[in-house]
Ligand binder design. Structure first.
Ligand code: AOS
Ligand code: ZN
Ligand code: ZN
Length: 424
């Protein structure tokens, strides 16, 4: 399955006069228009290989049709997303859900769609068939050295797969924790985790990074061994310059000020990047921007300001990834919506009048500071994002194009109506 460029051009032609009206209206008031558009054009968000099939809950899973049955088909799906939105040029693999056994062929398939491989993710939260020791009581933090060793070896194997694919980061999320008070010695668990991560760190190639993800609860409900950004940062600092903290937006207790965490991690040079999603209650893994788009904007505001202050390049100096699961929507539609929400928040943040905001802050003018932020947030930037995408060769409206080209219908014809994506 491949979306031909001429079909996108045809749809763009039909949508062009409406687009131009909207674009000219908003562009007239944008300072540095060309630089804003160039930044939007350069910006890409990695698509997780585990988000291309219909997810489920522990109560059930309702598969959709035309789901990818192999890594090759997942690459095709990401290729379709990229053809439409020109902002999804990489794919993040979870191993062993997706084992790139023939790395050259997989790399070639990805390159055919203009894709590369982003961070590789290890999995020590499930037991695999024929695995010697169980991860029931954790992995890198385990009380038994033999279990820790098995988990360390898995991570090193994941790095090897990543090297073959041209990736340069290992993303580690641990389910390690405890379900009941007294079950675990916190310091012992932390020390074991540190020691295990040090062994993994030693195995990183020179140009590689390790990203340490935190999460306050689930699957353990009393303690998580890497439960918050403090614990992750502590590990990252002890590990060294190749280690940093990954922020998954859903991994915070309700109402946490995530933008402040982001700002300080950036200041310390320890912000690895993001797992984008949205949440109402916990790690809901909902479509980015579907619940709290203002928070997303505030995070991007910190990113733009903090990255500019540190002379960082927006598009490449941080890991931008989606981590979502869809038990209701067509996964591709959800991902298109998610990338769009991220780019909208980014575009709004690029419109913030930073100099005026600094002046308001220096004058303790909270009213003016709010006016400045919300003037940017309330700007309808959709046509700016669309214009950047159009210039990059994508669709003015990716979701509408996906529907009118009946991509899902074609996938169902190709793959069948009763498919279950590999992985999860
Ligand atoms: C789990 O809650 C985390 O968000 C991880 O990033 C995990 O590896 C991913 O969601 C796949 O389950
Ligand atoms: Zn995550
Ligand atoms: Zn999560």
């Amino acid at each position: 399955m491949q979306i031909e460029k001429y079909k996108i051009d045809e749809l763009n032609h039909q949508a062009s006069s409406k687009h131009e009206r909207a674009f000219e209206y908003v562009a007239a008031d944008v300072k540095d228009l060309e630089s804003v558009l160039a930044k939007l054009e350069a910006f890409n968000v990695a698509i997780p290989s585990w988000a291309l099939g219909t997810g489920g809950t522990r109560f059930g899973r309702f598969s959709g049709g035309g789901e990818p049955r192999s890594l090759e088909e997942k690459i095709e799906d990401v290729g379709a997303i990229q053809a439409l939105n020109k902002s999804s040029n990489s794919i993040s693999l979870h191993i062993p859900w997706d084992i790139p056994s023939n790395a050259d062929a997989i790399k070639a398939a990805a390159a055919h769609h203009g894709l590369r491989f982003d961070a590789v993710n290890s999995n020590t939260f499930q037991d695999q068939k024929d695995q010697q020791h169980s991860f029931k009581y954790g992995s890198l933090h385990h009380v038994d050295k033999a279990v820790r060793k098995q988990a360390v070896e898995h991570n090193i194997e994941v790095i090897k797969y990543g090297v073959e694919l041209g990736s340069n980061a290992l993303s580690v999320w641990l389910a390690d924790g405890s379900n009941f008070p007294g079950q675990l010695n916190f310091r012992g668990a932390f020390q074991n985790t540190l020691e295990s991560l040090q062994e993994i760190y030693e195995a990183l190639p020179d140009d590689w990074k390790v990203w340490v993800e935190y999460k306050p609860y689930e699957p353990n409900f009393y303690s998580t061994t890497i439960g918050d950004w403090g614990q992750s940062l502590l590990l990252a600092n002890k590990l060294g310059p190749k280690a940093s903290t990954l922020v998954d937006l859903g991994h915070h207790l309700p109402n946490t000020n995530i933008e402040q965490i982001v700002s300080l991690l950036l200041m310390e040079g320890k912000l690895a990047g993001f797992h984008f999603n949205d949440s109402k209650y916990g790690d809901d893994d909902l479509t980015v921007g579907s619940i709290n788009p203002y928070q997303l904007f505030l995070i991007f505001n910190e990113l733009v300001e903090g990255m500019d202050a540190r002379g960082m390049t927006h598009a490449t100096d941080i890991g931008w990834m989606i981590d979502a699961s869809h038990n209701l929507k067509d996964p591709i539609e959800d991902l298109l919506q998610s990338v769009e929400a991220i780019k909208i928040a980014y575009a709004q943040a690029l419109l913030v009048d930073t100099a005026a905001l600094k002046a308001a802050q220096a004058a303790n003018d909270a009213v003016q500071a709010q006016e400045i932020l919300q003037a940017a947030y309330r700007t309808d930037v959709r046509s700016l994002v669309a214009e950047a995408r159009l210039r990059a060769g994508g669709a003015i409206n990716p979701l509408a194009a996906y529907r009118s080209l009946d991509v899902r219908g074609n996938l169902i014809k190709e793959r069948g109506a009763k498919t279950v994506a590999t992985g999860l």
